[in-house]
Design a protein around this ligand. Structure first.
Ligand SMILES: *Cc1c(COP(=O)(O)O)cnc(C)c1O
Length: 433
């Protein structure tokens, strides 16, 4: 029987909250029903209604090589034949760990886990265990997964749905989370002057990408490094999005700042559920069974997920020029959009990450991000979707460009966006292959 997205959504709503397994997928922020995906290949994603889209969500980040990359799929198929899970160590975990260590040298030792949420939760536990301190500084609008203590002023889904603080989180669980403002080093200094001796760590998205994309201003990340050193607190980079995205070595390579701990997710799993946390050896040695910080996982380091991760990282490592190309192309797309919309939008872009904010303000932090007109974004999203461009269904998410986006895809996208806005202006841009 032929199924439509609307049929499936009606049925799903009866069994799953909002019909989905992660809130932003419900398309509430853009006031429409979600499209249900049937399959995807390369830069394209196809819904069950038979529509084709150029995909700029890329599963929220993992898809840096595009969908269903042959080499990855083949390796996963072969790995499946050998068994889906063993709950015992495998060579692949070592191979992946070694690759990560080589690409991100600040990670001297690491643990594989199953989601970004778990990676961040565990990294913070290790930071607390190592320092013997309880408090953690996080930034308004930065998202670090949905663990209790971090659901304070988080971005992303929570931001769009105007419930920045979740129900069901006891105040006691967030008492030790201190909030600073992104790109405002004074707000961090203020917290440290008052409670510096009790602060275990600063956790930050080195490029914020969950209140839309917000770049760190010059010197911001270095200043965080300095404050952490001054107070013997740890600096944690949440590179769940930026890891293997901005550069092979993530944002820490891009900006040349060395954190004490790093969390990874999304790309590291090559499309399978996998994530990692790691950093200085002496910190990671506090994790069980070596040390007293408990952390475990039945499916952690799963052989299928590690296979997808290894193959993805191999491909990235074999063509480091990819990052420059992605950056150039995304930069051109950003320029095309700036040209088209003029002062009515703020386009933030770095590497293959980008956001179009419907505000005349320069977006540098949470306050300026939420100055965006989300109704205009919804109109823009809907008009793009109708023309075959699949964007994030929320103002406060990133647009991801992948290696599978061809020159033609990008040109077509630029043309559609340009013609979508009122004061039509001509853009002529040439993308790299
Ligand atoms: C996606 C994300 C997470 C959470 O990862 P999940 O795999 O969704 O649990 C944490 N931190 C950042 C920066 C993210 O973008």
């Amino acid at each position: 029987m032929y199924k439509t997205s609307d049929d499936l959504f009606e049925k799903s709503k009866k069994l799953m909250p909002g019909g989905v397994n992660s809130p932003v997928r419900a398309f509430q922020a853009v006031s429409r029903n979600p499209v249900f995906i049937d399959h995807a290949k390369g830069s394209k994603i196809y819904d069950v209604d038979g529509n084709e889209y150029i995909d700029y969500v890329c599963s929220w980040g993992p898809g840096i090589l595009g969908h269903a990359k042959e080499q990855v799929v083949r390796a996963v198929q072969e790995s499946c034949e050998k068994g889906l899970t063993f709950g015992a160590p495998t060579e692949k975990e070592y191979i992946l760990a070694e690759m990560v260590q080589e690409m991100i040298p600040s990670i001297e030792m690491l643990r594989l886990v199953n989601s970004g949420t778990e990676a961040v939760m565990s990294a913070i536990r290790a930071a607390r265990g190592f320092t013997g301190r309880d408090k953690v500084v996080k930034f308004r609008g930065c998202y670090h997964g949905h663990s209790d203590g971090l659901l304070v002023k988080a971005g992303s889904g929570a931001l769009t749905q105007s419930v920045p603080d979740s129900l069901g989180v006891p105040e006691d669980y967030t008492r030790n989370t201190l909030i600073a403002e992104y790109n405002d080093i004074g707000s961090v200094e203020g917290l440290f002057e008052k409670e510096g001796k009790e602060i275990a760590a600063i956790i930050v998205e080195p490029v914020a990408a969950n209140m839309g994309v917000v770049l760190p201003e010059a010197g911001f990340l270095q200043a965080l490094r300095n404050i952490a050193d001054q107070y013997q607190a740890l600096l944690i980079f949440d590179e769940v999005i930026t890891g293997f995205r901005l550069a092979l070595g993530g944002a820490q390579e891009y900006f040349q700042i060395k954190p004490d701990l790093t969390t990874l997710g999304k790309i590291i799993g090559g499309g399978m559920p996998m994530a990692a946390y790691g950093g200085r050896k002496e910190i990671m040695e506090t994790v069980a069974p070596l040390g007293g910080v408990y952390q475990a996982g039945t499916l952690s380091g799963n052989p299928i997920a590690t296979t997808a991760g290894i193959e993805t990282l191999k491909i990235l490592r074999e063509q480091p020029e990819l990052y420059e190309q992605l950056e150039k192309n995304t930069n051109k797309l950003a320029d095309a959009i700036r040209n088209a919309f003029g002062d009515k939008v703020c386009v933030n872009q770095i590497g293959s990450l980008m956001s179009v904010f419907f505000t005349e303000k320069k977006v540098i932090d949470y306050a300026t991000a939420v100055s965006s007109d989300t109704r205009q974004y919804a109109a823009y999203f809907n008009s793009m979707l109708e023309k075959g461009i699949y964007l994030a269904p929320s103002q406060f998410e990133a647009m991801f460009v992948s290696a599978a986006h061809t020159k033609e895809d990008l040109q077509k996208t630029a043309k559609i966006i340009t013609s979508a806005c009122s004061g039509e202006r001509k853009t002529s841009i040439s993308f790299c292959d």
